[in-house]
Design a protein around this ligand. Structure first.
Ligand code: SF4
Length: 386
């Protein structure tokens, strides 16, 4: 891993490219730029840029800038009628980084200033003491904060001592998202995830032990045809040993710029169609046992958004739509896939809505989808969402 320590000059407030869907109202604080690993063959993020760590002092200045705009906006809200400047007038003359900081303050305030998300791909790679300092500073600046969340790699967490993780938890880091994707060693090695099943388990258990809320992501389809069963069973087994607070489904899509797409062209990776991914997801869910995780399907790439619930009590309800889908006639399955991939359907029950169904039938005809081309068509549609 090559780490560039950021240049000495402060460049102003920064924003990274992504955040989890659940962090839409959070203040995004960019602790590091890009991904320190950057080798996963299915991932198209951060490929153009090198990794760097931003200075603690620069993060303090980002926080100060957002606090400054929050104060300014709050004053506006408290000003008497006739003398109150509008939100639009407060932005006049702001450019670049300050404009971003202003918009970040507005979004954060609209969400009640309750949560911060630390960007980019793996904030846990920085020195624990530096992260503690950033967390303390942010919590002092925004005392009403309830939640600070970060993405992290299992590999990085496994290397942090239990004491340091506890320190981070006490300083206010209270939720971590890990892109487990799979816990099948063959799959992890093939996609160059840089971690194995045991490290995933160790890292997940350490996060839980430190009292930090844990979200683990599972990626149906990542094993391709060759390792579909293992992808489901090994990942379920790892998650049964971790008991994460959240298990999030994020179905594989393969952008053309990725190494995995080259594997598809070379014939060394055979991707699954939607029907096979549904079978894999069902196998996975059926093998989650003895845990109390909440399952979420909050990503646009997922075929079923209704696979949501708490284990163990909702297991039957969550798997019911997948079983129904798999029992359908192939033509109706295809209609659902087309409706889902064109944004007409969100859940299987939408097939029962006559108006939505008529739209989906029109889309099926317009896109000339057949049973012979449905998998290629679906893969192409999914690429458009990444
Ligand atoms: S660790 Fe995450 S961000 Fe980095 S390359 Fe892998 S999937 Fe992409």
């Amino acid at each position: 891993m090559t780490i560039n320590h950021a240049c000495d000059n402060y460049q102003g407030f920064e924003l990274g490219p992504i955040r989890p869907p659940s962090e839409a109202s959070s203040l995004l604080l960019r602790i590091t730029r890009n991904c320190p690993w950057n080798r996963c063959t299915f991932c198209s993020l951060y490929k153009a840029e090198g990794f760097s760590i931003r200075k603690v002092d620069h993060l303090r200045r980002d926080i100060d800038r957002v606090r400054y705009f929050v104060d300014k906006i709050e004053k506006t809200a408290h000003a008497g009628e006739g003398e109150a400047p509008t939100l639009a007038s407060l932005q006049v003359g702001l450019t670049g980084a300050d404009q971003m900081a202003f918009h970040a303050a507005v979004t954060f305030m609209r969400g009640g200033m309750k949560s911060i998300f630390l960007q980019d791909a793996n904030s846990l790679v920085i020195k624990p003491d530096d992260l503690v300092e950033i967390l303390r500073y942010a919590r002092q600046a925004f005392p009403q904060l309830e939640r600070v969340t970060s993405y992290a790699r299992s590999h990085s967490i496994a290397r942090i001592s239990d004491d340091d993780l506890t320190k981070l938890a006490s300083a206010g880091l209270n939720r971590i998202h890990i892109g487990m994707e799979s816990a099948a060693d063959e799959v992890l090695a093939f996609v160059r995830k840089g971690v194995d099943k045991q490290t995933h388990i160790l890292a997940g258990q350490k996060v839980k032990k430190a009292g930090i809320e844990l979200s683990e992501y599972f990626m149906p389809g990542l094993g391709g045809e060759a390792h579909s069963r293992k992808n489901a069973l090994e990942t379920a087994d790892a998650l049964n040993q971790i008991d994460a607070d959240f298990i999030r489904i994020r179905t594989l899509a393969v952008p053309e710029v990725t190494e995995l797409h080259k594997d598809i062209r070379a014939g060394t990776f055979k991707p699954l169609g939607d029907r096979q991914k549904a079978e894999e997801l069902l196998l996975f869910l059926d093998h989650l046992h003895g845990i109390n995780s909440t399952v979420k399907s909050d990503h646009v790439l997922n075929l079923f958004q209704e696979v949501v619930g708490r284990l163990p009590q909702d297991q039957g309800r969550m798997t019911a739509p997948i079983r129904s889908f798999l029992a359908m006639e192939p033509q109706i399955q295809m209609l659902y896939m087309v409706g889902r991939r064109t944004g007409i359907f969100h859940r299987l029950a939408d097939l029962d809505d006559a108006e939505l169904r008529a739209h989906a039938e029109k889309a099926l005809a317009a896109h000339r989808v057949t049973r012979d081309n449905v998998n290629e068509w679906t893969a192409e549609m999914m690429r458009r969402f990444i």
